[in-house]
Design a binder for this molecule. Structure first.
Ligand code: SF4
Length: 110
């Protein structure tokens, strides 16, 4: 089972405990399907707008064993309130450069 790190939107921390992310990872559903399930070794936030802290935090997760970085669905899909992150493309690109060749997946669950 692959080890993964998840980065979430700091704006949703006080309204979502990430239950669906943990469930999708442990059951191999959603974005974790191709991994056949995954062990979450770290679950951190982007650090707040515009998400610059997500880059060193992703590196920290990789240094601690993450084989892939997932951006939680609160970012691209705007869950649970329907407001997507306006910075997700820049965040994803910056993280991808920082942790290359570790893959960066931009959702976790539907
Ligand atoms: S940068 Fe995006 S993911 Fe981070 S707090 Fe702001 S809206 Fe949320």
């Amino acid at each position: 089972m692959k080890k993964v790190g998840i980065i979430r939107c700091q704006q949703t921390e006080d309204m979502c405990p990430g239950t669906s992310d943990f469930k999708a990872a442990s059951t191999g559903k959603g974005a974790f399907e191709e991994f056949g399930g995954a062990e979450i070794i770290g679950f951190v936030s982007c650090g707040g707008c515009p998400g610059k802290r997500a880059v060193p935090r992703a590196k920290m997760l990789v240094d601690r064993g993450a084989q892939a970085i997932f951006l939680a669905s609160c970012m691209r899909l705007g869950k649970p309130v329907g407001i997507p992150c306006p910075h997700i493309e820049a965040i994803r690109e910056a993280i991808s450069k920082k942790v290359d060749p570790v893959p960066v997946i931009d959702w976790t669950h539907n």
